[in-house]
Design a binder for this molecule. Sequence first.
Ligand SMILES: Cc1cc2nc3c(=O)[nH]c(=O)nc-3n(C[C@H](O)[C@H](O)[C@H](O)COP(=O)(O)O)c2cc1C
Length: 261
Amino acid sequence: MENIIFYFSGTGNSYSIAKGLEKEIGDTIVVPLLRAKDYKVEEYGIVGFVFPVYYTHVPEIVIRAIEGIRFRKDQLVFALATYGGSWGYALKDIREALSDKEIILQEYKIKTPGNYILEYSAFPRSYQEGILKKAERKISKIASSILESKRTGYIKANLLARMFHKRSDKQRSKFSELGSEFFASDKCLNCYQCVKLCPTDNITLSEGILVWGSKCAQCMACIQWCPQKAVSHPLVKKSRKNYTNPKVTISQRGDLVLKEN
Ligand SMILES: Cc1cc2nc3c(=O)[nH]c(=O)nc-3n(C[C@H](O)[C@H](O)[C@H](O)COP(=O)(O)O)c2cc1C
């Protein structure tokens, strides 16, 4: 029976890990989570979800997409959170969202380079490489655990997330407001890659100018992948460096794909 892994990914970390698992597990397809309604999930073998952590929680868009999925009784489902330093309540969110489904749920997390350019620059290359190497090793271990249907237990919130949960909640409540402040500078060549990448169709063209609306999920795809570095935000200092996963690129159609070696 073929397996299916769904991913949500702004800058390629979660996508790259989903592809790594596909290779290790075999007989698996990797699909954007937002296209889940096109698939009969209950007809697949193992079902996986790979997604980033946003302010110590699962992005709302991920929860909404997962809630709509129908599973088979006793289907093996795994949730894997990618995070920069504090995974927080992410796995608890998924556990709760799936609590009424009669499935077997495995929980995993993998540390990846942080991508939140509104707060910080990309980490130095050597540091990124170190984190990504460790992530690679973890992919193999997780794939074995998935194939053996091991019981993983609950992943509880880390101390840092518990200590700063009020600040995180406040930041999450600003996503829509912050999202509407992105803009394209005069370096923009109207390739509209940002428009194609946006998971919420939040970027539109108004009188020849790109405008960001109020539906932003804060995935950072528009700003991080812009080939001209034309997308910016009032919170982003000029010296800040972009981050996208080094193994991933964007296809002509505007989909995340692995780079060819
Ligand atoms: C809006 C936003 C909030 C984030 N909050 C957290 C966080 O609370 N804890 C953490 O460890 N990483 C946080 N990150 C970093 C991402 O979870 C991490 O880089 C992730 O791997 C990105 O995945 P992607 O490349 O698939 O989009 C945040 C990133 C963004 C864009």
